[in-house]
Structures are given as C-alpha cells and as structure tokens.
Write a protein that binds this ligand. Sequence first.
Ligand code: SF4
Ligand code: SF4
Length: 407
Amino acid sequence: MNQWMTEQIHAAHSNRIEPREQAYYDALFEKSKARLESLRAEAPLHEGMDIHAALAEEGMDRRDFMKWASATTATLMLPAMFQPLVAEAAELFNRVPVIWTNLQDCAGNTEALLRTSAPTIDELILDVISLEFHEVIMAAAGHEAEAQLEDAMATFKGRYILAVEGSIPLGLDGQYGVKGPHAETYLDHVRRVGADAFAIVAMGSCAAFGGVPAAYPNPTNAVGVKDVVRGKPIINLSGCPVHPHNITSTIIHVILTGQPPALDNLMRPRFAYGYRIHDNCERRAHFDAGHFVEEFGDHGAKHNYCLYKVGCKGPMTFNNCSIIRFNDGANWPVGVGRGCIGCSEPDFWDKYAHERPVAAGVRMAPFGGVEKSVDYFGLGLLTAVGIGIAVHATASIMAGKKDEENA
Ligand code: SF4
Ligand code: SF4
C-alpha cells in the first residue's frame, strides 16, 4: 500500500473519538485481544504459510506491513489503538479456514486476485489464508477435489468461511448450473455447504445480487446468495470485481471480533460501502462548476472534467474505490477518464452500464431550468437520487454558463 493510498484512507476516515465512545472501543479492544490470543495458541492449519515470509519474498519489510495495518485500521473505522491488533490478525490469517466455491460467474473475482505482476500486501495476505478448497485454482480435480471439499467441511464444521463467487440460477429447476458427481444444483450446493459455515461471504456482484447473469432478460432466473440462503450471517462484497482490500478487511474484522462488520441495508460492510463514489471523486469540483465532458476525446475529456454526461454513475454508487483505488492505489476508472458504471449496485448492468446519464443531467429544473434535452433512455429508470443529481447538474450547468458569459 503506497503512501498516497494510506493518506487517502486516513483522510476519508477521521478517527476522532468522542469520550462516550472510548468505553465502547476499550471493551472491543479487550475482546479482540483475547480472541487473538486464543487464535495464536492454535497451530496454523497448514505448515509453510507465513505472511512475513511472503512479504520478504516480495521485498517488503515490517515497515510496509505496519503502514498497511495503519491504513486497514482506518478502513475499518477503528481508532489507531487497534493498529497492532489488525497487524496481528493479518498474521493469523492462516488459522482461518476458507472454502471458496464458484457458481454462475466468469471467475473475475478470482482473476482479480491472481492476475498481478507485483502483489499488494492484501493479495499476499490472501495468499497465506488457509484456502481449503477453491476449484478454480486447486490442483485436484474430479473425485479428488470432491473428497477435499467434503473433508474440509467435516474438519472445520461451523468454523469455515464460505466464499461464494457467482450467482445461483433457479430456472429449469436449477439445471442451468450443476456440479459434482451427483449433478447437485448450485442452489442445493450453496445451501448444503453454507449450512455448516460460520459465515458466508458473497464475493462480487453476481453472488451478492445476481450481477451480469441476472441482467435482462435473465434467462436462467439468476439470483444472489441472500435470496436463497437463510439462517447464516451473509456479507455481500459487491463489485465487479470486489476490491481485494475489502476482502482482507472484512476477514480481518471477523478474526478480530468474531462477528461480521456492521452492514448496510444491502448487507454490505459499511466501512467499505458507506461512501458515495461521487463524494470522494477528484472530478467533483468540475461537477459543481458545471464543467462536463460532452463526448470522449473533447476539450473537457482532455482537462479531466466531470464524466456525468458521458455516463458516470458515481452519484448513485456506493463503494470505496474512489478512495482506495486499484493496483495499489495507482488509479481507478474515473481517474483514467471512464465513468463509473455502478458495478457494486444491484441490477447495475441494466440500470447503469451505459454511456449516458440516468437522468440525462440536463432535465428541466423545477425553477424553470434552461436545458431541454432530456435523454429518454434513462427516464424510466429515474431514482430519487437520479432526480436530485439531475437538478444539481442542471444548476451546475447554469452556473457554468453564467461563468462563461461573465468571462
Ligand atoms: S459524476 Fe462521476 S466523474 Fe463526475 S464528480 Fe461524480 S463521480 Fe466524479
Ligand atoms: S468506479 Fe464504479 S464501476 Fe468502477 S469499480 Fe468502482 S464502483 Fe465499480
């Protein structure tokens, strides 16, 4: 995690503690410390997996690791006193059994973790996690792989985290997606393997909400995990793909506290999805000033103007990628001139993945706005947020025009 990324995360999460909150954090600190002590007393689930060895292999030292721990503590919205515990929780990743199953998906979340020339600390930590079963990357296949799954489920009953990647097709009695020697449907599979899990983490938007397979006309009647599994803690890590830092931080939280982090109404961790892209976007000043890219390659595009009118859905999207960015904080889609397509929101493919604004940005404002050209494509999809943004955008455009007149 580079210096810039660490500073951005700290800036976004001001950790000033009110005196009445201190007692809560003190109690949480003691509870977390006790949990880590008992985990440390257990042997690693497998030999040879150690985060510090993995870091050394990549030329990173303890200072890099502690910087990462500091940023992750801030990401989790915990006060700085938790930093040593967060570091220790990362060291104990090899005590957490994870079973990762792939359903109806492109394996893009797995790819995002694997395809890296210079792994980040998050990726290295995920490398040393005790991944007991992952059919995409494991060497075993067929009956051998099946036996490995059954063995992991029995050995770690009630303790493993089930990571689900992909949606669950319900059409044709579930026959669109089957696996294993008995052609178990994805629906039966996720319910059976989920039944003995400690918690289920839906990795990516397909597992969380159905994602791209559920896009119109949704031929397989695809749904997310939360639609078919009951009675288990479910954490949705939406995104296409989910950011590795959010995977690591979520698991760190579970290790530290023994419970899922606070979730929003879509069952996503608030620490990661409590932010609107638009509110932490470096182009926001241009939005406020009414400076928009009108088409790709124009003057505005060359001067990093706001991408709202060429389809950015940052105003409707909740995710922290505008803060933590991708590739170790190097950049993110809006940073390279491509609007956000709302990949962490339900139905994003139908609602947001097009290069025009939901509300067309130039809708008639209630105070007699001057703009007339409503884009009817998105009109039926207007949301309260969309309408609000449209009005704001119109006001911004008017302000921009006035600036031009006065110039
Ligand atoms: S609309 Fe998009 S590009 Fe414009 S400020 Fe919001 S998030 Fe940034
Ligand atoms: S910028 Fe938008 S579309 Fe891109 S990863 Fe972030 S939430 Fe998803």
